[in-house]
Ligand binder design. Structure first.
Ligand code: CP
Length: 314
């Protein structure tokens, strides 16, 4: 495949190839080999029209660990503030020789449009409320590393599903990989079309928790709330927050995930976020490895990604 725009475009074999490649890359990195020469001479452009900490930095780290050249573009401080369009911005960056463009944009569908304008590979790093496929891949990778499997895993995704590109990409990818997903949210924070999604829906977090192997808490996206009914932080937290008492309802091997950034004290308590059963910092570290695998597979490095003979030691 040339682009990664939706988790729904990945077959089971595609998804497993990415996860298995990431696993090999993680093993190489555990041997203190920090840099591989596979994308030497290639250019990756990070095109960010929305704020990001984890995704932007991890794509940059991933590209650099594969020896690619990286150009970081942030809409703030660019000619976008003078009215330059997405198309003209993209064509300008392509003229500088981009082999891959990693894009985050507030508009759902922006990466899809971009793919019709540029010759290089397009990677969706989050578009509006639509999708965030590399987040779903790193989440699946983190689950498989902690729990040893994905097939048959019971995953609860909890909170502001309405505005969550992470939820949609996870539902699509985890369904492809054989996990059983239940969305748990107040009715006002579920998309109208949720009945067509390949998952279960519940409004009762306390009933779902004891049956779950993974609980993925979503950030309440106050900046996108617009007309959606949101009770109050206190009421939301009382009904849908993961605090110490609710954490106690999980079975002993269950894990807690959050894509970040977190609203500590709203959807998740600090105590739960920092507990040994939380994978939140592992998810960030795994994000670099999974994004290395995605860039390598899309750009087809000139040398094997794995295999340490040509690797530069750290
Ligand atoms: N999880 C995630 O996408 O975080 P950032 O917004 O910081 O990139």
């Amino acid at each position: 495949k040339r682009h990664l725009i939706s988790a729904g475009d990945l077959s089971r074999d595609d998804a497993l190839l990415i996860l298995d490649t990431a696993e090999e890359l993680a093993r190489v990195s555990e041997r203190s080999i920090k840099k591989l020469p596979t994308l030497r001479g290639r250019t990756v452009v990070n095109l960010f029209f929305e704020d990001s900490t984890r995704t932007r930095i991890s794509f940059e780290a991933a590209a650099k660990r594969l020896s690619a050249d990286v150009i970081n573009f942030s809409a703030k401080g660019s000619s976008v503030s003078k009215g330059e369009s997405l198309k003209d911005t993209a064509l300008t960056l392509e003229a500088m020789g981009a082999d891959a463009v990693v894009i985050r944009h507030a508009a759902s569908g922006a990466p899809h449009r971009l793919a019709t304008w540029v010759r290089g590979s397009v990677v969706n790093a989050g578009d509006g409320t639509h999708e965030h496929p590399t987040q779903a891949l790193l989440d699946a990778f983190s689950m498989r590393r902690r729990l040893g499997r994905l097939e048959g895993l019971k995953v609860a995704i909890v909170g502001d599903v309405l505005h969550s590109r992470v939820a949609r990409s996870n539902v699509l990818l985890l369904g492809t990989l054989g996990a059983e997903v239940t969305l748990v949210a107040p009715p006002t924070l579920l998309p109208v079309a949720v009945e067509t999604w390949p998952c279960q829906v519940s409004y009762d977090l306390d009933a779902v928790l004891p049956k779950s192997d993974v609980v993925m808490m979503l950030r309440v996206q106050l900046e996108r709330m617009n007309a959606a009914y949101f009770p109050s932080a206190r009421e939301y937290s009382r009904r849908y927050g993961l605090d110490r008492a609710r954490f106690g309802r999980l079975h002993d091997d269950a894990i807690v995930m959050h894509p970040g950034p977190m609203n500590r004290g709203m959807e998740i308590s600090a105590e739960v976020a920092d507990s040994p059963r939380s994978t939140i910092t592992e998810q960030v570290a795994n994000g670099v490895t999974v994004r290395m695998a995605v860039l390598y597979l899309l750009l087809g490095g000139s040398e094997p990604a794995i295999g340490t003979s040509a690797a530069d030691p750290a």
